[in-house]
Write a protein of this length. Structure first.
Length: 247
């Protein structure tokens, strides 16, 4: 029995960008719906099942961040934001509002598709209750609360395991400093980023082949951390670049 065709909603007021994205997604087996405004996007997302939303920030009727927030209020569908804006504070805000990832224009279609696959895998894993996450030589068995490196069980402190557990639950996606601090140390410590730096360094000593050049636990400068997914971390993000636009 064949897999159902995934449906992506593309939200962008630039026709040429929607055309670029439609071509790329359809060539990779997606069905595509389009919206040119935030209102159209929200209406479309309520009318039919959607597997993924790609939303630009610079919409004519509202900021894309509002679209993210309103769709996230009732849906757990993966949302990836596109923008020429690259401010770290804005990335943090969007991730806290519920975006799964953030791609800065111009970008290659192969890069975007890699991010999409990561977001869809995470959604599928959450829906199926899949208890194990594997990143290269590292396996995190969430059901057994066990962490293995090259098949050998690692000894972690409770805080080290909890930090890795939260990252594993969002594997492939950025988790902000504030979210990690809240989940691991509690709400009163959401600004104590030195806790994170210390424990990330300790974790890297245990899970990375070269802790000074991490491949598994990756830093997103000014935003947070994520567990890398091999497919999305390859340097082979070749492909045509989406046109940039001024917002």
């Amino acid at each position: 029995m064949s897999e159902p065709t995934p449906i992506v909603l593309i939200v962008d007021d630039e026709i040429q960008i929607r055309r670029f994205l439609r071509t790329g997604f359809e060539l990779n087996g997606f069905a595509v719906h389009e919206a040119g405004t935030g209102a159209e996007a929200i209406h479309s997302a309520t009318l039919r099942p959607i597997d993924l939303v790609i939303v630009d920030l610079g919409l004519p009727d509202m900021d894309g961040a509002e679209v993210v927030e309103r769709i996230r209020s009732w849906s757990s569908v993966p949302i990836i934001v596109l923008s020429v804006r690259n401010a770290e504070a804005q990335k943090v805000q969007l991730l806290e509002l519920g975006a799964d990832d953030y791609v800065v224009k111009p970008f290659g279609m192969a890069e975007l598709l890699a991010r999409v696959r990561v977001a869809l895998r995470r959604q599928s894993r959450a829906a199926s209750g899949e208890p194990s996450v594997k990143i290269g030589p590292l396996t995190i068995d969430l059901a057994a609360r066990a962490v293995l490196l090259n098949g050998q069980r690692l000894t972690l402190t409770p805080k080290e395991y909890r930090l890795l557990q939260v990252l594993a639950q969002h594997a492939g996606n950025v988790v902000t400093h504030q979210h990690l601090l809240k989940e691991v140390w509690g709400s009163i410590h959401v600004h104590d980023t030195h806790y994170l730096r210390i424990f990330v360094r300790k974790l890297r000593q245990k899970i990375e082949q070269n802790p000074n050049s991490p491949k598994i636990l990756v830093t997103e400068l000014g935003v947070g951390y994520r567990l890398a997914q091999a497919e999305a971390e390859t340097g082979a993000w070749a492909g045509a670049a989406a046109p940039a636009k001024t917002e």
